[in-house]
Design a protein around this ligand. Structure first.
Ligand code: C5P
Length: 244
């Protein structure tokens, strides 16, 4: 009998104003979290050399700059980000088919292509808050995810509330979920939030967690708590094959 177990991976968002505190936390969490995320604040402050340092520490690096520009510019940014060491990147699904396909083509030209994730609807948007969009965040996220799948992206960024519908519609897409909040922690500016256990149960492939770890009195203990909560439930696509 052989079994293949799909597990959800944790990403810690290193949302810091400079390289020094980001690297200090990364060193503390090394071996306990497989991925770290470099976002707008840290990348703007620390630049691409930080990606190399995080890679050398042993992390998979998720560069979350949410590219949204003309196809040529995004394609070149994907190439540059991959050369700098990013293993996973984000771009906005609202950039549309030509932008996303240009990004996919640029990624595939790299010796080690990064995973490309399309941002659907930011988890900070609640119902009625998206400018000019009449539908719900859930429906709009599903529409954008449908495009992402047909344009060749590896996955989408969405809230845990949208994972089941997106995976039913596009089973090959991986779902990366921010807006993760352990029970009893502050939502902050996030609106479509979910606990780590609920997001795993919904089928999320990656959970990205920032402040519940970075602002915790003991970030390593916060990681352990979140990891235990993730392990306490079963991913819906967990499969067991019996070879007879
Ligand atoms: O601190 P918190 O856990 O809310 O951080 C969530 C992280 O995920 C932030 O770094 C934010 O930029 C990122 N993110 C998000 N919503 C998206 C995409 C990325 O919150 N749709």
């Amino acid at each position: 009998m052989s079994s293949s177990v799909l597990s959800t991976q944790l990403i810690v968002a290193l949302d810091f104003p400079a390289a020094a505190p980001a690297l200090a936390l990364a060193r503390r969490l090394h071996g306990h979290v497989p991925w770290c995320k470099v976002g707008l604040e840290l990348f703007t402050s620390a630049g691409p050399t930080l990606l190399t340092e995080l890679t050398h520490l042993g992390f998979h690096v998720f560069l979350d700059l949410k590219f949204y520009d003309i196809p040529n510019t995004v394609a070149r940014a994907v190439s540059a980000a991959t050369r700098a060491g990013a293993h996973m990147l984000t771009l906005h699904c609202q950039g549309g088919e030509r932008m996303c396909r240009a990004a996919v083509a640029a990624a595939q030209e790299q010796p080690t292509p990064p995973l490309l994730f399309g941002v659907t609807v930011l988890t900070s948007f609640g119902p009625g808050e998206m400018p000019g969009i009449g539908t719900t965040p859930q429906d709009f996220a599903s529409q954008l995810a449908h495009g992402a799948a047909s344009w060749g992206l590896d996955g989408v960024v969405c809230s845990g509330h949208e994972v089941a519908a997106i995976k039913t519609q596009s089973p090959s897409l991986r779902c990366l979920c921010p807006g993760i909040r352990p029970a009893g922690t502050a939502a902050d500016d996030q609106r479509r939030i979910m606990t780590p256990a609920a997001a795993v149960r919904a089928g999320a492939d990656f959970l990205v967690v920032g402040r519940p770890i970075t602002a915790a009195p003991d970030p390593l203990e916060a990681v352990h708590q979140i990891t235990m909560q993730m392990a306490s439930v079963t991913h819906p696509l967990t499969t067991t094959h019996t070879n007879t």
